[in-house]
Design a protein around this ligand. Structure first.
Ligand SMILES: [Zn+2]
Length: 129
């Protein structure tokens, strides 16, 4: 399983909008895009459902890390829109700062412990306490 998919699973598992569901025998985490709240499904076994992506709230280009409170689940469309319109701005740009503040607050509201019945892959990032 790729690192980006492991990050995606952890981001979804620690997001209270995501619930475990089974579709056609496949176990999925189903929840909402951090931006547009569109419904997203993530396959637990690692096969990629293309629409769900890992969002780095503080972009990696601005020093954002893979810490769980910097990760969110976003649909591909929202993620790439942010990547084009927001992430390239200067660190002190008010639009960049406002988007980061909004997403941080939304992520904090959604943060939870991963459901115990979920067996998540190893991730070398500690969940926030
Ligand atoms: Zn979206």
């Amino acid at each position: 399983m790729s690192r980006s998919h492991r990050l995606l699973l952890w981001a979804a598992a620690t997001d209270r909008t995501f619930e475990l569901r089974t579709f056609g025998g496949r176990r999925m985490l189903v929840g909402k895009c951090i931006h547009c709240r569109r419904k997203l499904a993530i396959d637990l076994r690692g096969s990629v459902v293309p629409v769900a992506t890992v969002e780095h709230i503080v972009p990696k280009t601005h020093g954002g890390t893979d810490a769980l409170d910097n990760l969110a689940v976003a649909c591909r469309r929202c993620n790439s829109t942010k990547g084009v319109r927001v992430d390239p701005r200067r660190a002190d740009d008010p639009v960049l700062q406002e988007v980061i503040a909004t997403l941080r607050a939304r992520r904090a509201e959604r943060m939870r412990e991963p459901p115990p019945e979920l067996h998540l892959p190893e991730l070398d990032v500690r969940p926030p306490r």
